[in-house]
Design a protein around this ligand. Structure first.
Ligand SMILES: *[C@@H]1O[C@H](CO)[C@@H](O)[C@H](O)[C@H]1NC(C)=O
Ligand SMILES: *[C@@H]1O[C@H](CO)[C@@H](O)[C@H](O)[C@H]1NC(C)=O
Ligand SMILES: *[C@@H]1O[C@H](CO)[C@@H](O)[C@H](O)[C@H]1NC(C)=O
Ligand SMILES: *[C@@H]1O[C@H](CO)[C@@H](O)[C@H](O)[C@H]1NC(C)=O
Ligand SMILES: *[C@@H]1O[C@H](CO)[C@@H](O)[C@H](O)[C@H]1NC(C)=O
Ligand SMILES: *[C@@H]1O[C@H](CO)[C@@H](O)[C@H](O)[C@H]1NC(C)=O
Ligand SMILES: *[C@@H]1O[C@H](CO)[C@@H](O)[C@H](O)[C@H]1NC(C)=O
Ligand SMILES: *[C@@H]1O[C@H](CO)[C@@H](O)[C@H](O)[C@H]1NC(C)=O
Length: 303
C-alpha cells in the first residue's frame, strides 16, 4: 500500500516559501497525488478485493504471490501495459480457484482481457464490470456462474470474444449482444439458456465462431444466419431447434464445423451443404431430416 502523508502536515506553509510558491508546490503535489491514487494503487486494491473473495486456492497461486510487497505488475496472472503501467490483462485460468467476482474488479479501468476459465467461480457477475470499456476478451467458461446472461454485456463495444460456456446461466440470450459489432467469438454452450436466437445477433457480422449447443433453445434456425458470412463454426446441437435447415447455409462458404445434431429439424438436407468446400465436420444425427448429401464440389467429408 502507498503511504500518504497526513494532509494536515502539508498545510503548514514552510516559512522559506513565498505564498505563491507554496500554492504552486501544493498544486503540483495535488496532481501527483491524484495521478498516483487514480492509477496503480486502485488496480492493487481491486485485485486485493478479488483475492479476498477467493475462498479456496488449493495450489496457493495467489496466497503468497499476490503480496503488497511487490508490484501488482509482477503478480501471477497479471499483465500491465507498457505505456500507462496499468493492469491490462488478468489471466487466472485453470488455477482451481473457488470464489465470486467482486464489484471492485470494475475499477481496473485499463483492463482489456479477463480470462478466468476453468475454475469454480460462482454467483452472478457484478454490473460494475460495465466500467471496463476497453474490454476485448472475456472468458468465464467452465465455472459455476448462475443467473441470467447480463444484458449489459452489450456495453462492451470493443468486445471480440465472449465465452460463457459450461456455466449455469438461465434465461434468454440478451438482444443487446447485437450491439457487439466487433464480436468474433461467442460461446454460450452448455448452459440452460432457452428461448429463440435473437435476431439482433445477426448484426454481429464479424462472428467466426458461434456456439450455442447444449442448451434449451427453440424456434427455427433463422434465415438471417446467412448474414454471418465469416462463420467458421456454427454449433447448435443438443437444443430444441425445429423447422428446416435454411438454404442460405450454402452462402456460408467459410464454414468448417457445422453441428446441428440432437434437435427437431425436419425436411430435406439442403443440397447446398455439398458445396461448402471448407467443411471439415458435419453433425446432423438425431433429427427428422431426409435426403442425402451430394457433393457437387470437392469437400473432404464426401470422400
Ligand atoms: C509471482 O509469480 C510470478 C510469475 O510466476 C513470478 O515472476 C514472481 O516472482 C512471483 N512473485 C513472488 C513474490 O513470489
Ligand atoms: C491464459 O493462460 C492460459 C494458460 O497459460 C492460456 O492458454 C490462455 O490463452 C491465456 N489467455 C489469454 C487471454 O491470453
Ligand atoms: C472501486 O469499486 C468499489 C465498488 O465498486 C467502489 O466502492 C470504490 O469506490 C471504487 N474505487 C476505488 C478507488 O477503490
Ligand atoms: C472443466 O474444468 C474441469 C476442472 O475444473 C476439467 O476437469 C474439465 O475437463 C473442464 N472441461 C472442459 C470442457 O474444459
Ligand atoms: C443495444 O441493444 C439494444 C437492444 O437490441 C438497444 O435497445 C440499444 O439501443 C442498443 N445500444 C446500446 C448502446 O446499448
Ligand atoms: C442481413 O443482411 C441484409 C442484407 O445485407 C440486411 O438487409 C438485413 O438487415 C440483415 N439482417 C440483420 C438481422 O442484420
Ligand atoms: C445467398 O447467395 C445468393 C447467391 O449466391 C444470393 O442471391 C442471396 O442473396 C444470398 N443470401 C443471403 C442471405 O446473403
Ligand atoms: C454447387 O456449386 C456448383 C459449382 O459451382 C454449381 O454448379 C451448383 O449449382 C451449386 N449447387 C448448389 C445446390 O448451390
Amino acid at each position: 500500500m502507498m503511504r500518504l502523508t497526513p494532509i494536515s502536515n502539508l498545510m503548514a506553509r514552510p516559512s522559506f516559501l513565498p505564498p505563491f510558491m507554496f500554492g504552486l508546490l501544493f498544486a503540483t503535489f495535488g496532481v501527483i497525488l491524484s495521478a498516483k491514487y487514480s492509477s496503480i494503487t486502485v488496480d492493487q486494491s481491486a485485485l486485493l478485493a478479488l483475492k479476498s473473495h477467493i475462498t479456496h486456492d488449493p495450489h496457493n497461486f495467489l496466497a503468497t504471490n499476490w503480496s503488497t510487497s511487490t508490484s501488482v505488475c509482477s503478480w501471477i496472472g497479471v499483465t500491465c501495459g507498457s505505456r500507462h503501467h496499468r493492469v491490462t490483462a488478468l489471466n487466472l485460468s485453470s488455477m482451481d480457484l473457488t470464489g465470486t467476482i467482486s464489484s471492485q474488479l470494475g475499477n481496473l479501468s485499463f483492463l482489456a482481457s479477463l480470462d478466468i476459465h476453468q475454475n469454480s467461480f460462482h454467483g452472478t457477475l457484478p454490473i460494475e464490470l460495465t466500467n471496463l470499456r476497453r474490454m476485448k476478451y472475456l472468458d468465464f467458461g467452465n465455472n459455476s456462474f448462475n443467473g441470467e446472461i447480463p444484458s449489459w454485456f452489450g456495453c462492451f463495444s470493443k468486445l471480440q470474444r465472449l465465452s460463457l460456456y459450461l456455466n449455469n446461466f438461465v434465461g434468454v440470450i440478451p438482444s443487446t449482444l447485437g450491439n457487439l459489432s466487433k464480436l468474433e467469438r461467442l460461446g454460450l454452450g452448455g448452459n440452460q439458456i432457452s428461448g429463440r436466437i435473437p435476431n439482433s445477433l445477426f448484426k454481429c457480422k464479424e462472428l467466426k465462431f458461434l456456439s450455442l449447443g447444449y442448451n434449451s433453445l427453440d424456434g427455427s434456425i433463422p434465415t438471417e444466419i446467412g448474414n454471418l458470412t465469416l462463420l467458421e463454426t456454427l454449433a447448435l446441437s443438443n437444443n430444441h431447434f425445429k423447422g428446416e435447415i435454411p438454404l442460405v447455409i450454402g452462402n456460408l462458404t467459410s464454414l468448417r464445423f457445422l453441428y446441428l445434431s440432437n434437435n427437431k429439424l425436419t425436411g430435406e438436407i439442403p443440397l447446398v451443404i455439398g458445396n461448402l468446400t471448407s467443411l471439415r465436420e458435419l453433425y446432423l444425427f438425431n433429427n427428422k431430416l431426409t435426403g442425402i448429401i451430394s457433393c457437387f464440389f470437392y469437400s473432404p467429408f464426401c470422400y
